[in-house]
Design a protein around this ligand. Sequence first.
Ligand code: NAD
Length: 269
Amino acid sequence: MKDVKDKNVIITGAAMGMGKIFARKFALDGARLVLVDVNEEALKHTGDEIRGLGAEVATYVCDLSKRSNVEELADKVHAEVGKMDVVVNNAGVVFGGPFLEIDQDRHDLTLNVNAMAVIWMTRAFLPDMIEKGAGHFLNMASASGLLGLPKGASYAASKWAVIGFGESIRLEMAEMGHKNIKVTTVAPSYIRTGMFDGVNAPLMTPILDPEDVVEKAYRAFKNDRIIMLEPFMVKVTPFLKGVLPPPIFDAVGKLFGVTRSMDAWKGHG
Ligand SMILES: NC(=O)c1ccc[n+]([C@@H]2O[C@H](COP(=O)([O-])OP(=O)(O)OC[C@H]3O[C@@H](n4cnc5c(N)ncnc54)[C@H](O)[C@@H]3O)[C@@H](O)[C@H]2O)c1
């Protein structure tokens, strides 16, 4: 299992939800933490809490939806903390509802925070890992990166991007001989953090507990696993999608309630 003691770990979206739980796990294992979030007040609170566990913690308020902000963040982190060993790309937003009824600015924001920021963060911190000869990206995707999500189209698009980007970088690193630079992608279904309040859980796909998901994702990361899918129905989705003709796969999704699951979404964006 990977040892993160004294490693530099940067976590985006660390103020709340699963980012905060990841921060706690890394802190308890002795990592040096860089916590990033747009929510200044919540980030300060989380920073204090994680410091209380005995970890060295630096916090940076940053709106990751703009490339220049991410570049500025990277410059500051490099100057004030140093080179990173682990990047946890966790920050995310969602705006549920019919595609045409959602403001285009919100679609842009979703793609920028959920997908483009992952690319910008990778560009900013991958050179650190190449220089050190080792590193790891832990990317939070979603089950919606494996199939279509009506009333969550731009969110699904952003998560498809995270899965494809992570897989590509992982293969590229291996091809280039950087065998100790890893990518772990996490793709769970709905989790009880508030982000997806109101959704209807599809059949056999219970709303997951955030502590449990982060525990499994952290274990996947520590074991250098390529992808973590949760729960069982998500694990079998790639197989079903590969073997069933598309209209049959769509019918199964409809039968299980996936296609209507966002109808009553009232979570936070
Ligand atoms: N909750 C779910 O059902 C679920 C399911 C699968 C995947 N995910 C993914 O897991 C990750 C964490 O989700 P969560 O449920 O803990 O959500 P959350 O809303 O509890 O936390 C998201 C964090 O990201 C931060 N953030 C949002 N926009 C930002 C920006 N522009 N710049 C910097 N930080 C920003 C928020 O302030 C917050 O602290 C997200 O990528 C999400 O898409 C969530």
